[in-house]
Design a protein around this ligand. Sequence first.
Ligand code: FAD
Length: 462
Amino acid sequence: MRTGEVVVVGAGPAGITAAVEASRAGARVLLIDEGPAVGGQIYRQVATELRPGSGAGGNGYAADSAPLFASLAASGVEVWSDTEVWGIFPDRVLAIHRGGRSMRLQAGGLVLATGAYDRPVAFPGWTLPGVVTAGGTTALIKSQRIIPGRRVLLAGTGPLLLAAAAALVRGGAEIAGIAIAASRTAFLGLLRRPAALGKAIDVLATLKRAGVPMWNGHGIVRVEGREGVERAVVAQWDAAWRPVPGTERVIDVDTVVVGYGLMASSELAQLAGCDVTYHAGQGGWVPVTAPDRFMATSVPGVFVAGDGAGVAGAEAGKLQGELAGLGAARHAGKLTDGDAAARAKAPLRDLGKMASFRRALERMHAPEPGLFELAEDDTIVCRCEEVTAGEVRQAVGDGARLVTEVRAATRCGMGLCQGRLCIPTVAGLIERYAGTLTTSVGRLTARPPVRPLPVTALADEA
Ligand SMILES: Cc1cc2nc3c(=O)[nH]c(=O)nc-3n(C[C@H](O)[C@H](O)[C@H](O)COP(=O)(O)OP(=O)(O)OC[C@H]3O[C@@H](n4cnc5c(N)ncnc54)[C@H](O)[C@@H]3O)c2cc1C
């Protein structure tokens, strides 16, 4: 079995920073990512086939990504792209799928910087071709240079929705409008915070120049169409995100972009045995950790950083990455406690300054009950197993109060995505139908493989 002094899973801003920091502390570092190139979500690079000549960038974040990529290139960190970590076993043993083969790797210090994914939202018409997520939209534009449609309506909350809108405008799409759940005051309040201001000004200027209508306190109701999206229905939303009767407006579009926040990808941390806690505004079940403990988790030698530790955005992710990198290097015996504490001062201070921005972001991302009331009985909730909201309601009617009980009764969460795309909605539906708070409906137990794996790779293992 191969060993790694410090292993970092996830090459987004948090993971790259952690890897570089641990390397600077003298550790031999391996950085693993399932993508074809480093960058993660925000700094996703253009697909190699499309990349004009060599070099990074082209992701709309060159000013931020280029220095980060340069520090990585200069650091001596070994990078494994196109490599999935599909399982974690005791003593920080990773199960890895690479080049069609599966292998084991034991990590000395382990940093999990696995990011987040778009919160799934079920409403009538959400499975129609032409309905895409905000994150998915930016990923498509950054890596494939493709816009998902010509005439687009966006609905959701948080800065990612605006980033998607600006990327669409720059890509040549026509924006019919943006329905933003948050009130104008709350939204502008977030964008005025130092941590968001820089990017926000560019984004808002792009949207203003394009004359994009923005409706605060509004949200999606349904999407209509036969073979694909033909029109979207939005309405004014009250504070609980419930449509206000009589305020519906119908908008002809060929694409609807939905962005109601992100879910933390914490399944590897759960597999590693880390304690997790439920935090609606940080993306659901997140590992228990703290910056002043070098982002350590409840499992010795396992550290977390970035959105996988609780959705907080790239800037907070980088600062957490620095701390986790120092923690992992110290765990690997490369730093004394004193040295580590001295190097941690600056990132700790800067994270402290971002605290109010984080809280505002969390308030904006925490879903209100109305979001889970959009689904009608025949609305598909679990796309893998084609389970409807009506079937979930039936299961709750028969006494199910936990997501595991709904899964047992309906099979939702048993498909290819292992519940990533349905369980957040099912949790909200249990609260809707039974009044049980989402904090007490439990969670699915993370099981390997956390990524679909070719059987040949498993056979390899055997
Ligand atoms: C699809 C998407 C697009 C986004 N676009 C933007 C944007 O344009 N602007 C913006 O401000 N914010 C954007 N965000 C928000 C973004 O999440 C953060 O701002 C930032 O990228 C978080 O950095 P991170 O390092 O924590 O995680 P990420 O950047 O998400 O990086 C995590 C990396 O870990 C990899 N990974 C996860 N699990 C495994 C595994 N098991 N094995 C191997 N690799 C693994 C992922 O593929 C990913 O490359 C986007 C989020 C998403 C989900």
